[in-house]
Design a protein around this ligand. Sequence first.
Ligand code: DON
Length: 567
Amino acid sequence: MNLRKTLRHGLLWLLTLTLSQLVLAANGPQYASQGMVVSQNALASEAGAQVLREGGNAIDAAVATAFALAVTHPTAGNIGGGGFLIHRPAKGDAQTYDFREKAPAAAHPEMWLDEAGNYDYEKHHSSHLAVGVPGTVAGLYLAWQDGGTLPWARLVAPAIALARDGFTVTHGLARSLNTTGMRRFEPYPASVAQFTKDGTPYEAGDRLVQRDLAATLQRIAEAGPKGFYEGETADLLVKEMAANGGIITHDDLKAYEAVRRAPILGSYRGYEIIGMPPPSSGGVTMVQMLNVLEGYDLSASGFGSARTLHLMTEAMRRGYANRARYLGDPDFNPGMPLLELLSKDYANLLRGSIDESTASVSDPGSFTWGYESPETTHFSVVDGARNAVSVTYTLEYSYGSGIVVPGAGFLLNNEMGDFNGKPGLTDTRGLIGTPPNVAEPGKRMLSSMSPTIVAKDGALFMVTGSPGGRTIINTTLQTILNVVDHGMNAQAAVDAGRIHHQWLPDRISYEAQLFSPDTVKLLEALGHETRAQSRQGVAEVIVVNPETGVLEGGVDGRAPDGGAAGH
Ligand code: DON
């Protein structure tokens, strides 16, 4: 009898879970009053929300979510990569944490040339020389030391359980592991072992267990960053490097430090914008674009109209041109003109160069863009006190370098690919060689990751961000415009069609199914080149309803498996 009861209870529970998952995939925003986590993986969001239910704050929940994503979302969730975190406490000043990877001490600007002195793309993006010194564990720990309240080990625990006991492979993960993943894993037996069943591909419904990763996470839970940057984990990483032409040493690992940096602060129609400073280009570029757009009534010209898209494009063109000209690691580029770039006066000048009825022309000058992968992940967290955390972190490519550290079970990034490939090299394939972002020992490579927080009249309003390489800044920008100018709720703001222009190449990419051909024709008539694309970014957004104080979560359906979890 008891058994039957238990079974019935189990079935009901399963049904409820299935229904709630269906609800998560439905059209409206998710709602919560006490706190919320929105990420690209529902299991990871739940790990964070459970921390909130136990009385943890937004930083605690962010740490738990980040470690869980390293297990359940291996394309970009990581401990072997890096990223950025913005914390806006309900009271006090916002703080950002830079845990971007660093170049090892033996790095130099010409490290990706072959013996004949030619640039070697594979070496730069897909070898042990593509791996930067990881920053994630140090960054999460620093943020937790500053503002966490629950024990560190409690926050790593959900990830350990997910790695040790396994979790159910979804359709999305199976497809990703067996396509993009296998291409990256193939040269590396430890990677193939971790992400296949003895060589047989995982299918949806299988259980993915990652024992070595669980053991590494256990060391991190017990010893903090020392469990990663020193001892057994470090030994395994350095051994893998030394055996394969990599250059990361014990000294590089020990020397890695995450950094607190003052946020980029801007304003847009009375809203306060809190963005990530260099080595992310996100905050500076975003605030410039918003400053330019503030001079136009976008609400009147309307979402998706040719006029609005034209003005957005011209703001993007100018913001991205300055990104290329001026931005890099601030520790190596002390002369970046940030104050000028961020000023309203400068935006007036930029706006003065915009013709409202004709596209400007991007001057190619002497360089164009390098490639940036669109695989990263963003999550947003708000707690009951309305402390907010916005995190974007990455391995760079999907599954990073594809290299799982044998015996340690985690993927290594290929973030060195974000440095310019060779000094002075500029070619039509889109490589650039400008000085602010060439490799140097200990330098951080320039990033587009743009975790962002918006406040109004001193109160939290919005937490946003997205993956997507260079498109990140534009995707995040559009989530803000959609809410502030077009009055959309969090879900509508995430669902709405997106465009991208990055100065060079001089063209607008647009999400083909989400804009009308008529609008595209009007843009072309203004002189814009256009290119249809299938999707742009995966924004995960929380908006605080200013009237009710209720949290609205917007989960991006452009990628599978995302989820909002509330408290
Ligand atoms: O830091 C950057 O800008 C890139 N490495 C991010 C890569 C990325 O966004 C891949 N994303 N989805």
